[in-house]
Design a protein around this ligand. Structure first.
Ligand code: PEP
Ligand code: MN
Length: 278
């Protein structure tokens, strides 16, 4: 796809080498695998602090926590909003981990000043005014693929951000809607390889929202790493049964540690870093 005669800024044709995106002191796209982990939503100070410490010691390098939750039903928990960001930043201060949270309107931008990575969720992948607003700031953006969108469309959405001057975009495959009902969404593993080929931007995978069921998370993580993902974003909750959103797909901190060890071993094996693997 081209912009007049020039290749798109997101495309490999315009930039042959992998782009590195720094999120705090964590670099995406340099060949090492980064794990983002945390709850779907920030629910309380105790909850986010507990989970933050647990995922840090379990091997995560970035903490996730939603404050503005775009839920299918207006009667479902909508997130703690401003307070959610405040508590997430407390967890950042306590652990030293960079944090990612989803933005749903450009009016929220001032609140995100100290959030290291701003997430555009699947439902807002084609909210073009929001994408343009993020193009004018110099902060990394995690752009999730819409569940009804093609690979070309996510690349065009990345272009909306990049054409405004912000080159710090990380792409995320999180499952698409298909005729299959055994999973919440169908994880499009091909998209990982295709995006890595067509674009120089880092590509990560969200196995949790694709599966909708924690029992599938490990298999999807392993497949994503094998397909060449630069990172994973995994939902972790210290009491999944009581979670205010997405409890069914959340792994516990202990399950996360075991999972993270396996993923790291596979990643080291694939990059032939056998010293670290042993
Ligand atoms: C989330 O990350 O919590 C989320 C809502 O993801 P998605 O936009 O991919 O559904
Ligand atoms: Mn979620």
């Amino acid at each position: 796809m081209q912009n007049n005669q020039n290749p798109l800024k997101a495309s490999r044709q315009s930039h042959a080498n992998n782009t590195l995106v720094a999120v705090g002191d964590v670099v995406f796209g340099n060949g090492s695998l980064n794990i983002i982990a945390g709850p779907c939503a920030v629910e309380s100070e105790l909850q986010i602090l507990d989970i933050a410490e647990a995922v840090k010691s379990g091997g995560a390098s970035v903490l996730r926590g939603g404050a503005f939750k775009p839920r299918t039903s207006p009667y479902s928990f909508q997130g703690l909003r401003d307070l959610g960001i405040e508590l997430l930043l407390k967890a950042k201060a306590a652990t030293g981990m960079p944090v990612v949270s989803e933005i749903t309107s450009s009016e929220q931008l001032p609140l995100f000043e100290y959030v290291d990575l701003i997430q555009i969720g699947a439902r807002n992948m084609q909210n073009f005014e929001l994408l343009k607003a993020l193009g004018h700031i110099n902060k990394p953006v995690l752009l999730k693929r819409g569940f009804g969108n093609t690979i070309d469309e996510i690349l065009c959405s990345a272009e909306y951000i990049m054409s405004g001057g912000n080159k710090n975009v990380i792409l995320c495959e999180r499952g698409i809607r298909t005729f299959e009902t055994a999973v919440r969404y169908t994880l499009d593993i091909s998209a990982v390889a295709i995006l890595k080929e067509r674009s120089h931007l880092p590509v990560i995978v969200d196995p949790s929202h694709a599966a909708g069921d924690k029992r599938l998370v490990e298999a999807l993580c392993m497949a994503s790493v094998a397909a060449g993902a630069d990172g994973l974003i995994i939902e972790v909750h210290n009491d999944p049964a009581a979670a205010l959103s997405d409890g069914r797909q959340a792994v516990t901190p202990d399950e996360f540690s075991a999972l993270s060890n396996k993923i790291t071993a596979l990643s080291c094996f694939l990059t032939n870093d056998l010293k670290e693997y042993r």
